[in-house]
Structures are given as structure tokens and as C-alpha cells.
Design a binder for this molecule. Structure first.
Ligand SMILES: Cc1ncc(COP(=O)(O)O)c(C=O)c1O
Length: 401
């Protein structure tokens, strides 16, 4: 058999996908599994956006478009950044990719040289380290402490920066812990970064709209006038407009970086699906877009409170309060070393496997996010499912000996 590229050894097999595959197999076999694994809203894409896609097809918007997308979409994104985030991007500062994930990957590819270090605060979204490695980078994890709500401090950031540091990733609100920085906390990190002009910030702002308890959102590049030239701002339609499957993501950044990414993408995917582009522009421009976000956010906020209350009522479980996104990330460390039937619990993976097999609740182990004693529960599901699943978790924990 012929061999594969060495770079394939850089990519780890996703534990998350293994757990989801097992949950799917159980469901298929007729087992009533409560799923807390979802990384996507349980709401449908707003109908005015779907109608716009049908209209785009009928109008024949089915051909190639420019790589960074049609002018209307670039303009709508630039307007959104100016209006909602105070970011003075022009259309030339914008490019569009197939979801936030593709945008991040292209940016790593355009920026990293072999050996460049990428600073990633933990807990982190699973794809950052592997994407950085594929682009030749070396991930350096800065561990957020649970007692600080997982937020890293300016001091931790300063200490992590070396002459090899090229990228600093900040994701607030965050996947997997739902933690979010206040504008003042972000300013503390921004002040460190501006002392290091060779460091590029990747600000992953895809959960900006899903933020709770009156917390104010701030785009990282607005926190210091120097940062607009030092930051790439990532966003997408996936979470805020419940459009995960549409694959619409975008980047705002300095023109020379955007040009480089466009050059790269012109040899990769060319552009995103043509008939998704007008609807994506409409989502940003039309007031109904903001209305649907507000409705979804309100539901998520109620669920965030409810799930957090129930999790922290479980014996020996601690959980940082989610301030954004749609995840809770409880610490199940007290149960490591216990037995679930014949299964020895050694970390979050064995905990999650036993929970799925014995209590039929699917959660995501935190190992891929830098924490092997935490699990992620998504509240992108109904209140009824949250209660049903957490009743089962409570019973499961009681039985651990
Ligand atoms: C923090 C974070 N960044 C980026 C992405 C990628 O988003 P998309 O689905 O648009 O590729 C995700 C998806 O879960 C995420 O949680």
C-alpha cells in the first residue's frame, strides 16, 4: 500500500467525533440518547434568509464569483464591522471563506512559517492546534485557570511570548467553556500585544452575538489604535444566524494579508457557494437578521442559567458560569479514579464513554480542548432535554463507586 503524506501525522483523530459516532450508533439502534454534544444552534435558519437563497437560485446566481465574494457581500460585511464593532474595515479588507474554520485555516497558511509559535489559551476550540501544526506552526498552550473563570491574565500572556511567537488566538465568548472576557480584561491583553508588533492576533469573534447577563462585547482590534494593523477578525454566519451548513465565514484584516489569503484561496476553493452569497449579505443588512439573533440569544440565556444551576447542584461538580456561546464546561475531576460498573474512570474520555453507555447521555470530553478532567455540554437543545439529561447524569454520578 502506498504511504500518506507525513503531514497527516500532525492531525489527531477527533475524540469528539468518536463520541458522536458512538451516540449516533446507539440512537440508530433505538436507544433514547440525550445529546449534549451539538456544536450548532437547534434553531432553523431564519426563513427570510432561506427565501433569499431560493430567489438567488431562480435568478441564476449559480456561476463562479470573485474569490473574496461578490461586491455586495464584501460591502455588507464591511458595513457590519463598522456599524456593530467599530472596526473601520473597507471592502478591500474583507474576504469570505467556507465557514469560520476554513477562514482560520487559510489565515494560518498565509501567515505561519515553519517553527512559528502560536499562543492558544486553554480551554480552546479543538481545531486551533491542528490547523496551526498543518501550517508549520508550533502550538503553545496558555492554560486558563478555573478560579479565574478560565481567562488568562496579561502576565500569563507576557510570559508566553518569545521571539518565535507569531500568532495569539483569542476566542471570546469561547468554545468550549462559554467564558467571555470583559472589554477591560481584553484591554489588558491588548496592551501586552501592542508591545510586540510582530505578533498577529487572531480574534475569533464568532460567538459575539450570544452573550449573557448584560456583558458587553468588544472587538479586539478596537482596543488600541495599533491593533487594527495587527489583528485578523474572524466571524461567520454559522452560530448567529443558525447557518452552520451554509458554510459562510469571513475575515477582516490588513489589506496585504487579505490579498495573500485571496491568492491562496484562488488555488483552493475559489469562493464560497455562489447562491449563498446574496442571502449572507441580506442576513447582515436586514433588520430581521438582528431580530432573529435577539430571539435566539434570549432562549440561550435562559438555558445557560438553567443548565449551570443544575450542573453546580451536582455533588462535587464545579462549573464556570457561561457568559456566552452555548456551552457549559463542568469539572468532573472528583470522579476520576472511581468505577462505573466495570469501567475505571481515568479521565474525561472514559467518563464520557461510561456516561453514554450506561446513562445514555452524550457529552464531549475536554481532552481535545486541553482539559482532561472536564466535559463540554451544549445547551443547544430544549429545556426538557436539559432536565432529562441532567437527571440521568445525577443518577449516574450517584452510582459511581
Ligand atoms: C470557536 C470556534 N471557532 C470557529 C468555529 C468554526 O465555525 P464554522 O462552523 O463557521 O466553520 C467554531 C465551530 O464550532 C468554533 O466553535
Amino acid at each position: 500500500m502506498f504511504s500518506l503524506a507525513d503531514r497527516m501525522n500532525l492531525v489527531s483523530e477527533s475524540i469528539t467525533l468518536k463520541v458522536s459516532a458512538k451516540a449516533a450508533a446507539l440512537k440508530k439502534a433505538g436507544v433514547d440518547v440525550v445529546g449534549f454534544g451539538a456544536g450548532e444552534p437547534d434553531f432553523d435558519t431564519p426563513s427570510f434568509i432561506k427565501e433569499a437563497a431560493k430567489a438567488a437560485l431562480d435568478k441564476g446566481q449559480t456561476k463562479y464569483t470573485p474569490t473574496p465574494s461578490i461586491p455586495e457581500l464584501k460591502q455588507a460585511i464591511a458595513d457590519k464591522f463598522n456599524r456593530e464593532n467599530g472596526l473601520p474595515y473597507k471592502p478591500e479588507n474583507i474576504t469570505v471563506g467556507a465557514g469560520g474554520k476554513h477562514c482560520l485555516y487559510m489565515a494560518f497558511m498565509a501567515i505561519l512559517n515553519p517553527g512559528d509559535e502560536v499562543l492558544i489559551p486553554a480551554p480552546y476550540w479543538v481545531s486551533y492546534p491542528d490547523q496551526a501544526k498543518l501550517a508549520g506552526g508550533v502550538p503553545k498552550i496558555i492554560k486558563g485557570e478555573e478560579k479565574n473563570g478560565f481567562k488568562i491574565t496579561p502576565d500569563q500572556l507576557e510570559k508566553a511570548i518569545t521571539p518565535k511567537t507569531k500568532v495569539f488566538i483569542i476566542n471570546s465568548p469561547s468554545n468550549p467553556a462559554g467564558h467571555a472576557y470583559t472589554p477591560e480584561e481584553l484591554k489588558g491583553l491588548a496592551d501586552v500585544i501592542t508591545k510586540h508588533p510582530n505578533v498577529v492576533v487572531f480574534s475569533d469573534e464568532i460567538y459575539e452575538k450570544l452573550i449573557y447577563d448584560g456583558l458587553k462585547f468588544a472587538s479586539f482590534a478596537t482596543l488600541n489604535p495599533k491593533l487594527i494593523e495587527q489583528t485578523l477578525t474572524f466571524n461567520c454566519h454559522s452560530k448567529s444566524f443558525a447557518m452552520t451548513g451554509w458554510r459562510v465565514g469571513y475575515i477582516g484584516g490588513p489589506k496585504h494579508v487579505i490579498d495573500a489569503i485571496n491568492k491562496l484561496n484562488s488555488q483552493m476553493t475559489s469562493h464560497i457557494t455562489s447562491f449563498c452569497q446574496m442571502p449572507a449579505a441580506l442576513a447582515l443588512n436586514d433588520p430581521r437578521g438582528a431580530e432573529s439573533i435577539a430571539q435566539m440569544r434570549e432562549q440561550f440565556e435562559k438555558r445557560a442559567h438553567h443548565m449551570h444551576k443544575r450542573l453546580t447542584a451536582l455533588p462535587k461538580v464545579t462549573c464556570v458560569k457561561p457568559m456566552g456561546a452555548f456551552y457549559c464546561f463542568p469539572n468532573i475531576g472528583a470522579y476520576i479514579g472511581k468505577k462505573a460498573g466495570d469501567t475505571q474512570i481515568t479521565d474525561a474520555v472514559s467518563f464520557s464513554a461510561a456516561l453514554l453507555e450506561q446513562a445514555h447521555v452524550a457529552v464531549v470530553p475536554g481532552n481535545d480542548s486541553g482539559f482532561d478532567d472536564h466535559v463540554r455540554l451544549s445547551f443547544a437543545t430544549s429545556m426538557e432535554q436539559i432536565d432529562k439529561g441532567l437527571d440521568r447524569v445525577a443518577e449516574f454520578l450517584k452510582k459511581l463507586g
